[in-house]
Design a protein around this ligand. Sequence first.
Ligand code: IMP
Ligand code: MG
Length: 176
Amino acid sequence: MKVLYTASDIAEKVAELGDKISLAYQGHELFIIGILKGGFMFMSDLVRRINLPMRIEFARLSSYGNSDSPIGDVALLDDIHEPITGKHVLIVDDIMDTGHSLLAYKKHLLEKGPASVKICTMIDKTQRRETSVSPDYYGFRISEGFVVGYGLDFAENYRTLPQLCVLDPEDRRNLS
Ligand code: IMP
Ligand code: MG
């Protein structure tokens, strides 16, 4: 397993993103929605670097299960429990890959009448994108590879690592 970004690379990037978002939404309250489970670590670091009044909610989308390939349609397992009418919403997740999950969730949120909906992911993984969506804010951009750590898992492994690593095909075989 190769380290892509260390804990200090991540902290630096999160601080940068926090400044950028604080500036972009100056004078507004931000309604932040963290996507479980992958986005939990990034979300908790990011909100501490944003200098704005904020509301925090979580939603849970279906994951890839115990494989690294998408399995059909995106399922919304748990949604937010507060109204977002007229609110500036920022969705925070670990990674955008094909884009299907976050595009589907963004469309769902837009039906609730928010003032805006934007997306922030720790990683923008571009090669397998199958939708027109891309993150409005992202920490690191990579083209391919299966990333674990800092909230991202492979079959529930490696989620709690403080750094972002890329998994070898060999490691994947051993765990599946
Ligand atoms: P998308 O709908 O294809 O954009 O997939 C988004 C979800 O797939 C992410 O929120 C992750 O849960 C999972 N995913 C995609 N790529 C990776 C990866 O490299 N490592 C871990 N999870 C991934
Ligand atoms: Mg996810």
